[in-house]
Write a protein that binds this ligand. Structure first.
Ligand code: SF4
Length: 223
């Protein structure tokens, strides 16, 4: 797990910086003793992530929001990060944006939430719902990548710019890429708007509806 190893290395460098070091030519110690392999089943991974303090978001979170749904789902949704309701309940997409996502899943895809898997780029709530910093997103990303490896979805829908950016390393504006079907090695990726954006901009719901129809066609084909 090279990404997790890098995240651990970064964490140790931050610690050295906080202790007053401005430069070190000493290789960060004890990395060999850190568990750089992530668990190979979802429940063990959940326990691992629930004890994570790798980034600053751990300081202000109430609950880690790991993700939920069918562990063998063919369709997975990836959002940006937990909000206030998610932080207090430990469940993803259960606030107002979550209600809209649930409606989209039920009314357009004719599926229930328990038939799909829902997760986020960062598992802890950024204060005041700000966008996660690149350090936070990249530190947390190995957990999402491991979830994807274990669940093996056929289709991933990224919700909003942050989810798309950190899953693909592509910084294209979401308005340009939404609705496209992107073929990756292991799954098809369809970016669309984040439900929070749709709540603020109801006129974009029409485009999101068309994106979901694309997802529905793919799901029928690959389920
Ligand atoms: S956001 Fe991710 S990396 Fe940061 S503390 Fe939470 S689980 Fe760990």
């Amino acid at each position: 797990m090279k990404n997790l190893h890098n995240a651990l290395q970064l964490k140790q460098l931050y610690l050295l910086k906080q202790m007053g070091y401005s430069y070190t030519d000493i290789a960060p110690s004890d990395l060999e003793n850190e568990p750089t392999e992530l668990p190979d089943n979802l429940e063990e991974l959940r326990k691992f992530v629930e004890n994570c303090h790798l980034c600053d978001l751990s300081k202000s979170r109430h609950k880690v929001v790991f993700g939920e749904g069918d562990p063998h789902a063919k369709l997975m949704f990836v959002g940006e990060g937990p909000g206030a309701t998610e932080d207090s309940t430990g469940r993803p997409f259960v606030g107002r944006a979550g209600e809209l996502l649930t409606k989209m899943i039920e009314k357009v895809l004719y599926l229930s939430r328990s038939q799909v898997y829902i997760a986020n780029i960062v598992k802890c709530r950024p204060p005041r719902n700000r966008v996660p910093t690149p350090t936070e997103a990249l530190t947390c990303r190995p957990y999402l990548l491991r979830q994807i490896e274990l669940i093996q979805p056929r289709i991933i829908v990224t919700l909003g710019a942050t989810a798309y950016r950190y899953l693909t390393n592509d910084e294209s504006p979401i308005g340009r890429v939404r609705g496209q079907v992107i073929h990756t090695e292991n799954y098809l990726l369809v970016p669309t708007f984040h439900p929070s954006y749709l709540l603020r901009n109801p006129s974009a719901k029409k485009e999101a509806y068309h994106d979901l129809l694309t997802v529905k066609d793919l799901y029928e084909k690959y389920k």
